[in-house]
Design a protein around this ligand. Sequence first.
Ligand code: RIB
Ligand code: CA
Length: 314
Amino acid sequence: MDTPLSVAIDCDPGVDDAVALLLAFRSPQMRVAGVTTVAGNAGLEQVTANATAVLDLAGAPADLPVAAGAAGPIAGGERVPDEPVHGPGALGGAVLPPSSRPVSDDAVGLLTRLARAQPGELVLLALGPLTNVARLVERDPEAAGMLAGIVHMGGAAFVPGNVTPAAEFNTYCDPEAARIVLGSGLPVRLVPLDVTRRAVLHGADSDLLAASDDPVTAAAGTMLRGLTDGHERRHGVRECRVHDATAVVALLEPEGFGWQRHPVDVECTGELTRGALVTDVYRRTGRPATVELALDVDPDAAVSCLLDALEGPR
Ligand code: RIB
Ligand code: CA
């Protein structure tokens, strides 16, 4: 087997972040070098507690470095989630044993150290608002330049947003940070709603996982069932989308996605469009095409990859 891909994961668990973490730890093609947290699906304290609890569930090494990051967007203020999409506790109502893992409060410092320790090898998987990543780019551009790449679940290129008609949640939470990262010139692979909304888990999938004898699989199923139930209450359909886990699949199996490279900017001032991606397909802006966007996907293959990993060793 090839050398596993070294990744650092910045996240805001959230059910789909949690499933992404479980997927990463269950994938032999990946080695998680560190985890950082950012406020998004819940406040910083909650997402950090969720992240460490999921790391315990995943059997992550006790010495895996974990650091908490931004409590709110780069322009200031604190993130106060206004819609409990991810249910009570932001893990779909699942109650995991609290973790006693040590957590530092310097996410940017940890990301800097990890990037410098493995120049050209570390992939940063960014699954929440880009506040920590933007601060890394601003505070230590040399270290940021040592990343092998950034894979980010975020944005909506040519489909409606999921928070406003124009904006996807992660980008909406911190448009200024997204503009800094997407405009940094760093190699960014963007996995937007255009593809993540198409990888759908049905209620039966969640139920099957939740009924598993494997504790990790069952916990994933319970979390997904919470997301699914919430989706059914709001939309009348028993299904859910695991946006962040789909981004992990895009990293593991990029051949299952259709990629295009374009200049991408972020609207930061529009009254109705704040947080919208502006993808310059016809090169009107003269900006460099540094962002690779996943704009097509084989949804069945992506869901199968995810379910196979979550079902665990047979
Ligand atoms: O729009 C989906 C994204 O926002 C995912 O990362 C989800 O966890 C939320 O953070
Ligand atoms: Ca997330």
